[in-house]
Ligand binder design. Structure first.
Ligand code: GDP
Length: 470
């Protein structure tokens, strides 16, 4: 059987992420020439003919009008040894949130860099986030090489800059492939315009990417990425299994809702399977759980060892960007696995040297600024499920964000768990109002509207439970 891997596509806006994936799907015969031509005609009417490949991935109408990728888009492609699940993350600043969600589930990143523009702010930001979210493998496509006339020197300069950026972050020996998404060079076949390039094509590199693998043993932990209702099947939750395994008939607890569901069936990459394990991205159909009872950010686990809510936690963090002066009481959002929850900074325990992570010996610990690294204690203001790095790295790494800005990242070292559900600590009483809100009619309407436009992680349109007129 072929190994399954998930690749998240990252890079600065307009560097050609969607075009590259669209062209790849076209060359693999997954998207037909007629479809591309249809997009070309449609695009010509809007003065956007150059988006004909990108639109294979950008499915929503709004995305098309703005020429931007709005939410995560998915596609599947098979190579000789791999079944590859591609997640196209948006490059626009507003959507780093979905990028983080996409990255937690990925085995490797495909970083797209425009050969003319070189490294741009989002190139750097995405590379940093990929590293912070635990991806070790980054494949780089130096794109639009047609625009620099396939010149080995110009391409070599950009490649060197990128290698320095990535190796500086600890992402060693990245594969760097010069490609033209538009002209179809070095994607599935060697570019006839670049006889000087002796390396692998994009497809050949993706064919040897190893899955990140999950920790062996331990109880199931599956953070929910997306929830759908599938006609005749009921509620289906999609996500990557971070630890353990799930089988048909298992009883699972959905946290923090604290409700038991029974696994009716499991689907991976469009195929039904009996059992799935750590590292796999799957859809799990649950009996006894209504669609509005589970949402993105919840975690599934077994009844006898359920995912635990965190009362407070200690973490190593690094601050980046426009943070100003961070003092106790600072309340950013923590984006961890598939969830985003506000937290409060309660203590700065020790400052660290940002380069080595060792204690800096600095006595001043009443505030932090851009570039500082520290060990801190934080308290979630809404229910949060988190694990420590030594136990489950995939559920310990997080980004800190406020509004549209990413202000830092870190990983949880240790935590105190909330002992019992139903106590009246601050975080939990807020937790219940949060749950209540989630099921309210406003939220229901919004969810319904969103879901009507959405597709599942295998790219199929999401079917509505009730049969419409069509
Ligand atoms: P994204 O925002 O990174 O997903 O970028 P898009 O895929 O939407 O591409 C942005 C623009 O760059 C579109 O007009 C594409 O046609 C163009 N583009 C992408 N790849 C290439 C390439 O290899 N060569 C040239 N000349 N243009 C490209």
């Amino acid at each position: 059987m072929k190994q399954r891997i998930t690749i998240v596509v990252l890079g600065h806006v307009d560097h050609g992420k969607s075009t590259l994936v669209g062209r790849f799907l076209f060359e693999k015969g997954i998207v037909h020439a007629e479809e591309i031509e249809r997009y070309a005609t449609l695009g010509a009417e809007m003065g956007k003919a150059s988006f004909k490949y990108a639109w294979v991935m950008d499915r929503s109408d709004e995305s098309r009008k703005r020429g931007l990728t709005l939410d995560l888009n998915y596609a599947d492609v098979e190579t000789r040894r791999r079944e590859i699940h591609i997640i196209d993350a948006p490059g626009h600043r507003d959507f780093v949130r979905s990028m983080i969600t996409g990255t937690t589930g990925a085995d490797a990143a495909l970083l797209v860099v425009d050969s003319q523009e070189g490294i741009m702010p989002q190139t750097r930001e995405h590379a940093q986030l990929a590293k912070l979210m635990g991806l070790e493998r980054v494949v780089v496509a130096v794109n639009k090489v047609d625009k620099v006339n396939y010149d080995p020197e110009a391409i070599g300069r950009v490649a060197t800059e990128i290698r320095q950026l990535l190796e500086g972050l600890g992402l060693m020996k990245p594969d760097i492939i010069p490609v033209s998404a538009w002209e179809g060079q070095n994607i599935t076949s060697r570019g006839e315009q670049m006889s000087w390039y002796k390396g692998r094509t994009l497809e050949e590199v993706l064919d040897i990417v190893e899955p990140r693998g999950g920790p062996k043993g331990g109880s199931l932990r599956m953070p929910v990425m997306q929830v759908l209702t599938v006609g005749g099947v009921g509620t289906v939750v999609l996500g990557r299994i971070e630890r353990g395994e799930v089988k048909e008939g298992d009883e699972l607890l959905v946290m923090p809702v604290n409700k038991v569901g029974i696994v009716r069936s499991i689907e991976a990459y469009g195929k039904k399977i009996d059992k799935a394990e750590a590292g796999e991205t799957v859809g799990v159909a649950l009996r006894n759980i209504g669609k509005l009872e589970v949402s993105r950010g919840d975690v599934l686990g077994p009844v006898d060892d359920p995912p635990k809510l965190v009362e407070d936690f200690t973490a190593k963090i690094v601050l980046i960007g426009d943070v100003g002066i961070v003092k106790l009481g600072w309340s950013p959002y923590i984006h961890c696995h598939t969830t985003a929850v506000p937290v409060k900074l309660e203590a700065i325990e020790m400052k660290l040297r940002p380069d080595s992570g060792e204690a800096s010996g600095e006595a001043e610990t009443s505030f932090l600024i851009d570039g500082d690294a520290a060990i801190v204690r934080m308290r979630p203001l809404k229910p949060l499920i988190l694990e420590s790095t030594d136990i489950l790295p995939g559920m310990s790494r997080f980004a800190l964000r406020l509004g549209k800005d990413t202000l830092g990242a870190g990983s949880c070292i240790s935590m105190r768990i909330t002992e019992r559900l139903g106590t009246t600590s601050e975080s939990e009483s807020r937790g219940f109002s949060y749950k209540h809100k989630k099921a309210g009619s406003g939220a229901k309407e919004m969810k319904k509207r969103k879901d009507e436009e959405r597709r599942d992680i295998w790219g199929k349109p999401i079917e509505k439970e009730k049969k419409g007129k069509k």
